[in-house]
Design a protein around this ligand. Sequence first.
Ligand code: ADP
Length: 257
Amino acid sequence: DNEVERRTTALKKDLAKLVQEDKLIALGKMVASVAHEVNNPIGSIINFTKLVRNAFREGELDEERASKYERYLDLSLREAERCGRIVSNLLSFSRQQAVEPKTLDLGAMLDDIAALTRHKMELAGIEFRKRIHDAPLCIWGDYTQIQQCFVNLIFNAIEAMPEGGRLTIRGGRDTDREEAWLDVSDTGTGIAEEHLSSIFEPFFTTKTDGYGVGLGLSMVYGIIREHHGRITVRSEPGKGTTFRVTLPVAPEEGGAP
Ligand code: ADP
């Protein structure tokens, strides 16, 4: 018996180490890709700024050159803004690393998010529906982190429906598996089959207007995993997309699992 116990403890230690290493590898990849993502626009900013400075040193600017340099300045500004967005995304993520788990009701949380985004949805011509069975639908987790996940999913859904549409949130409890599930569905553009395997990667974005940073879903993925949950996606190009988040339900009164 002692032998079994000893080996179990050793196995648990190995497992914990593996999980820790996995986290470090993920962190390393994240840092490398952030450095890359921020480095490129900074390179452009430096080049554009030098061009404009040299032009001023050379003296008089005719109209044609002035408009060219104005374009350089616009590009620099856009690149700088992009760096700013990447960094603020990362900051908001790292600030929340101090996890403070407690029992939280997903239905109530979604009401709060819906109240904040209702106006945005109305302007975009989006009809919002929410159907939660089994209220209260309680999980054990960090409020700010879980909220950030659903805000990200909802904003992506809104952005996928530039011509308006319907955003539906459904939720319920799977009693067999002690799990709560939540679906965020839209009737938007959908996701091309060849992109499905990349959307959770950091910095993967198809948003070409410069506003896509591609960190949203990778953060959602990381947070849900930290909470011992899963996230899956089903999508039909041209018809819409559904993201499903599954999380363990909160333990009975009396504390952490
Ligand atoms: P970002 O929104 O900055 O592009 P995300 O990581 O949140 O970054 O999303 C990555 C990509 O996944 C998006 O650029 C888009 O192509 C795709 N995507 C995510 N959610 C949806 C959705 N609801 N409908 C269609 N495409 C989506």
